[in-house]
Design a protein around this ligand. Structure first.
Ligand SMILES: Cc1cc2nc3c(=O)[nH]c(=O)nc-3n(C[C@H](O)[C@H](O)[C@H](O)COP(=O)(O)O)c2cc1C
Length: 199
């Protein structure tokens, strides 16, 4: 695809098939993260690529417990409120059971920690689309950055106290008849743009 088409047709995928993702495709996705810009060229963003079914299940249970223990009111951010409400109902799987969940972490002390990871995540979403893979930005690990159980669990795999969990990406083949991601989402209304051209 041309760049314009990759960008225009990227849409979030939230239903994944069991088909594993080829190693070469995952490598290309990680390369795309590697090419992302970073504030001050700090390049401190780190990635955990989770393919283990057991670990994905454990993470879902940790998130289920953490969100179910939270309260919400009308001021709670809508997406977070949904997570809490679903977790309270039970069986909340925040990551949609993808072939891989790529969790991005960064140095807490880095002022651009979150943004650098978001740049890497966007690059990966676009590369996934180019490779006929579905993907979805998943923020629950970021919301649980301070959750002791999640931190202890990821510490087993090398998360340090100096690192903050910035976000994650579900990647895999879409659960569609042809296995291709949905590329025909509702048209997006134009963002507000102010042109400033005066001499
Ligand atoms: C910062 C950020 C956080 C997001 N978090 C989640 C999430 O936790 N779960 C989810 O299903 N989608 C999440 N999304 C995906 C958005 O819901 C999605 O991009 C938006 O609805 C537009 O749809 P599209 O990606 O198909 O264009 C997130 C997107 C961004 C940029």
């Amino acid at each position: 695809m041309q760049t314009e088409e990759v960008i225009r047709t990227r849409r979030s995928t939230r239903r994944f098939s069991d088909r594993p993702v080829e190693e070469e495709k995952l490598e290309k996705i990680l390369q795309a993260a590697n090419q992302a810009p970073s504030g001050g060229n700090s390049r401190t963003c780190r990635l955990f690529v989770i393919r283990s079914r057991k670990v994905l299940e454990d993470l879902a249970q940790i998130a289920q417990r953490a969100f179910a223990a939270m309260e919400y009111d009308e001021n709670t951010y809508r997406s977070k409120r949904n997570s809490i409400a679903k977790a309270k109902q039970g069986h909340y799987v925040f990551h949609y059971q993808p072939a891989a969940l790529i969790v991005t972490v960064n140095q807490r002390s880095h002022p651009n920690a979150l943004v650098d990871c978001a740049c890497a995540l966007e690059n990966m979403m676009l590369m996934a689309n180019e490779l006929d893979l579905g993907s979805c930005y998943i923020n629950q690990p970021h919301w649980l950055d301070e959750d002791p159980e999640l931190r202890a669990y990821l510490a087993r795999y090398g998360l340090t106290e100096e690192e903050t969990i910035c976000g994650s990406l579900a990647v895999g083949y879409a659960d569609t008849p042809d296995g291709l991601p949905n590329r025909m989402g509702a048209p997006k209304e134009p963002l507000a743009v102010t042109w400033i051209d005066e001499p």
